[in-house]
Ligand binder design. Structure first.
Ligand SMILES: [Zn+2]
Ligand SMILES: [Zn+2]
Length: 753
């Protein structure tokens, strides 16, 4: 059998995940000579062997590829004979166009966790222990391909022992680009809030930190993705202090645990939730409290029966939690509404106002990110915030499409999407662009990513809302890049985001789009937020919406559920809520109602109105407080006597005022608020089924922030199963405005009208 040379090209997430060492070892085992290297497309392998052996080599490779890698495509072909005398890894050369995905950060793996707690191991207590399977990637990337010299680690030279691991094929740190140890690596520094050093002894710093936390102090800690503010979750005093200093009276904090067993003791947890917590993403997962939950739950997440919980994502947090052995409140290190801080000087200046002590380190962070947040409903994930671990993972390949495209996203939950090559990247969550700091971070990251890919956009996509900061910036960028500017309506983008995630554009049947959120600029100048569309053959049409009602007092309406309620109440019922306002407020708002022209179909505000009608919340202290409290209230309803407030109502547009009127009546008749809250959500789920039948559709695609509601998603999926309807939701992206940038892109690429 003749021997030849075979070239194997692997594309996908294959750099920075230990792929080359894996290929090397496989070749050694099979006694095959050749080379492997990172190229502009992914990983390129050349081997000397027979055709049969080359194919079985590829087969084994695909079957056993590293867990954190994602292979999107592969090719094998015979090329001109080349002679190799061994198998070697060739360092990368940067050539021409880069066509590979950026790699997200990976949470610390179990082997590394063991090593840092083993007094006999040379990495005992080293807070930046990583291996080919774990550690920061995106956070430290300066340019492509993913080689040490192209990351923040380039400032650190490997010591002899690390170098030995790096070149030893049998070692699990063979070609680990982030390899370092306490002799040659990153150093911690503990200072007080005046900047005075407290300790530089690496073994003592985290021990001291744990002691301070136990004593009730607040600490700022630089993790590998940015600073965190932390305090003892079992002591309500520092938690309250943290709230005061951060000017965050009620918004829930996440809680870090040291082990999954400790979480299981404190919460109701499903297999799927456990898997998610233990995954290489290590996100914050929202879990239901139990009677055993042993920390200061009311200080941590006021009025809620759920807590965002997570496990250490890095060696530094693992070591701290190992010493502390109790739950720790952990929140992004920022000051009210600004982005997570990642630079030492800024942290010292800004976080010292909140923290008693600060732990810095000397690893520069290129792309800071918050921790990701999700919940599991009906055994599937719903993202609430997509950041560390998920972003900027590419979502889909982008074959035969023009590049480069930059989609600017929305405003309150801003993200951007970039198509620099054959991949689509959706950025991490940035937050509210009204904040100057957030806008600056968003702008800077766009520039940085364009730089990483060395591309300039030909098309820039923006929301039709004229005053979104993302639209304004998009317009400016389109001028400076001489790019074509394209506007995409907000709710249509939501709809196409789901169609895109599930690749439904080629569907033969028509699809009902259900898009419910707080606000978005509508084609008729009204504020949309309760929309129904039909998609068919690359076209989409708005076919229905929630009844229009008055939009009052601009942004105030989103902050004050009582205003939404006032707007949705029939005149004769207004006296019912007069006590929610001062005399002059009531006068002003009712006067406004008489002359108002701006209308809305917002389901987000309808949720607010119901929360106010049930006396759950009249004024929000953080975004989405009312719907969260309403969901929490409904979750405590354990019976199954739901009311459909639209039973036997033959409606054209979904009648929000009628729903409110019926809830008020039921409330007066003495029905408990838990049952009414649940019934309201049930009514909404039923209305989707009603309209699906009316339009004769068997696939429904839902998007918008309202679909973060656990009960709505749960009830809707039950109803869909019963009615043999296919239900599609955002899964890889959050249902909220974080998906707008991806939706804009999908609209641009797939919709004709
Ligand atoms: Zn590891
Ligand atoms: Zn070292």
């Amino acid at each position: 059998m003749g021997e030849g040379t075979f070239k194997i090209q692997i594309k996908g997430r294959v750099q920075g995940v230990g792929f080359r060492p894996f290929v090397f070892n496989l070749a050694q085992q099979l006694n095959i000579n050749g080379t492997v290297f990172n190229d502009a497309e992914g990983v390129l392998i050349k081997i000397n062997t027979s055709k049969d052996k080359a194919n079985s080599f590829l087969e084994t490779l695909l079957k056993n590829a590293p867990l954190v890698s994602i292979i999107s495509t592969y090719e094998i072909e015979e090329i001109t004979q080349q002679n190799f005398t061994d198998f070697s890894i060739i360092p990368s050369k940067l050539n021409g166009n880069i066509n590979i995905p950026l790699t997200p950060d990976f949470a610390i793996c179990n082997e590394c966790k063991e090593e840092i707690k083993d007094a006999k191991n040379r990495r005992y207590g080293y807070a930046f222990t990583t291996c080919v399977k774990c550690g920061p990637r995106y956070a430290i990337t300066k340019k492509f391909p993913f080689e040490r010299d192209h990351t923040s680690l380039s400032d650190f030279e490997m010591c002899f022992a690390c170098e030995k691991e790096y070149i030893d094929p049998a070692n699990r740190r063979f070609h680990s680009q982030t390899n370092s140890c306490s002799d040659c690596g990153i150093r911690l520094e503990l200072v007080d809030n005046t900047g005075k050093p407290v300790d530089i002894d690496q073994q003592k710093i985290l021990k001291k930190a744990a002691t301070y936390i136990s004593e009730g102090k607040i600490l700022a800690i630089k993790n590998t993705n940015g600073y965190l503010l932390c305090c003892d979750a079992t002591n309500s005093e520092p938690v309250e202090q943290l709230r005061q200093k951060k000017k965050r009276p009620n918004k829930p904090f996440a809680v870090l645990y040291n082990t999954i067993e400790a979480i299981q003791n404190d919460f109701k947890i499903t297999t799927k939730e456990k898997e998610s917590l233990n995954s290489t993403i290590a996100p914050i997962v929202i879990l239901e409290n139990t009677a055993n939950t042993r920390f200061a739950t009311q200080a941590t997440a006021p009025h809620l029966n759920q807590t965002g919980v997570f496990l250490p994502s890095s060696a530094i947090l693992e070591l701290l939690m190992h010493r502390l052995k109790k739950p720790l409140v952990c929140t992004s290190g920022n000051i009210h509404g600004s982005p997570i801080i990642s630079e030492n000087e800024i942290a010292q200046e800004k976080l010292s106002v909140v923290a008693d002590y600060i732990i810095h380190h000397n690893l520069p962070i290129q792309f800071p990110q918050d921790d990701s947040v999700l919940k599991i409903v009906d055994n599937e994930q719903i993202l609430l915030r997509r950041a560390r671990g998920f972003a900027p993972n590419y979502l889909a390949d982008n074959p035969n499409c023009e590049t480069a495209i930059l989609a600017m996203g929305a405003h309150l939950k801003s993200t951007f999407s970039l198509v620099p090559n054959n991949h689509i990247y959706v950025s991490q969550y940035f937050g509210n662009l009204d904040s100057y700091d957030v806008l600056e971070r968003y702008q800077k990251t766009i520039k940085q990513q364009l730089g990483v890919f060395n591309c300039s956009p030909k098309y820039i996509l923006i929301d039709t809302h004229p005053t979104y900061q993302s639209s304004i910036l998009g317009k400016e960028l389109s001028q400076s890049y001489n790019a074509q500017l394209i506007r995409v309506q907000h709710h249509k983008a939501h709809f196409t985001s789901v169609l895109g995630e599930h690749q439904l554009f080629d569907s033969k049947e028509k699809i009902l789009g259900v898009v419910w959120d707080g606000t978005g600029y509508g084609d008729d100048d009204a504020i949309w937020g309760g929309e129904f569309f039909i998609y068919k053959n690359q076209t989409m049409k708005r076919v229905n919406h929630f009844e229009y009602y008055d939009w009052l007092a601009n942004d105030k309406m989103a902050q004050e559920p009582r205003i939404a309620l006032l707007s949705l109440l029939e005149k004769e019922n207004r006296s019912y809520i007069i006590d929610k306002f001062s005399v002059s407020e009531y006068k002003i708002y009712t006067k406004m109602l008489e002359n108002n022209v701006l209308k809305t179909s917002s389901v987000g505000r309808l949720f607010d109105a119901v929360a106010s009608a049930l006396n759950i919340n009249d004024i929000n202290t953080y975004e989405s407080e009312a719907p969260m409290l309403l969901e929490n209230c409904a979750l405590t309803y354990s019976k199954s006597y739901y009311i459909d407030f639209l039973h036997n109502v033959d409606f054209d547009t979904v009648p929000s005022t009628l729903i409110i009127a019926r809830i008020i009546t039921a409330c007066r008749e003495g029905f408990c608020k838990e049952r009414l809250a649940y019934s309201f959500i049930y009514t909404l789920a039923k209305s989707i089924i009603t309209l699906s039948k009316r339009y004769n559709t068997y696939t429904i695609a839902c998007s918008g922030g309202v679909f973060q509601n656990r009960i709505l998603v749960d009830l809707l999926s039950q109803l869909c199963k019963r009615n043999k309807i296919n239900l599609k939701l955002n899964r890889k992206l959050s249902p909220n405005d974080e998906n707008i940038s991806f939706g804009q892109l999908m609209y641009f690429q797939n919709i004709k009208n």
